[in-house]
Design a binder for this molecule. Sequence first.
Ligand SMILES: C[S@@+](CC[C@H](N)C(=O)[O-])C[C@H]1O[C@@H](n2cnc3c(N)ncnc32)[C@H](O)[C@@H]1O
Length: 212
Amino acid sequence: MSEPTLPTGVERREFDGKTRLATRGPPVYGEPTADGWRAWDPERSKLSGMIELGFDTGLSGGETVLYLGAASGTTVSHVADFVGPTYAVEFAPRPARDLVGAAEPRERLFPLLKDARKPRTYAHVVEADVDAIVQDVATRGQADVAARNRQFLADDGRLILAIKARSEDVTATPADVFEGALDRLRETYEILETQRLDRYHEDHLGVVATPR
Ligand SMILES: C[S@@+](CC[C@H](N)C(=O)[O-])C[C@H]1O[C@@H](n2cnc3c(N)ncnc32)[C@H](O)[C@@H]1O
């Protein structure tokens, strides 16, 4: 099977003689840059890892995105480099300060200091029918967070999710945790693709899904 094409605005570029995924925008966290492009490291970003692993994310560039678990903006800054309006939800004030810094030179990146388990608190800000939800909250109840935020997603939209096993249950095997999370997700979403991200992120499952 051929690899899905990269979204417009994501390219493979040379950095110090190595070909790496990259987006074009102001640097955020000391990542290597060349000719205005920023290396997008699959070991620092689950979404970059999913693209490297050949997931069909459905992203082609220019989409409206709701990003849950933005932390200090490492991944969401790359996302905002190649999509359209990007709503970035993060509930911890410390990383959110850096997120605000990453958003400053990015006109279409909107940081929201909100709890992703309480979508009602940001429903008045996020536009309806977003094209994609990207979720990396690494907290207990990851499938539940995805289910609660389904209301923002267009019927043909994509949920692009990373599930961290240890955030759900440190004692259970990751395979069991993933099975339970997928069962919960299936109440709201049709699962299109799953793959372990271990090559870049230990005990994480990547999931692409669409609303049922
Ligand atoms: C693994 S980190 C995210 C890394 C980030 N996605 C990146 O690649 O740059 C998980 C983040 O989710 C945030 N988080 C966890 N539960 C959350 C919730 N209920 N609402 C909002 N943010 C949450 C944590 O504070 C943390 O910053």
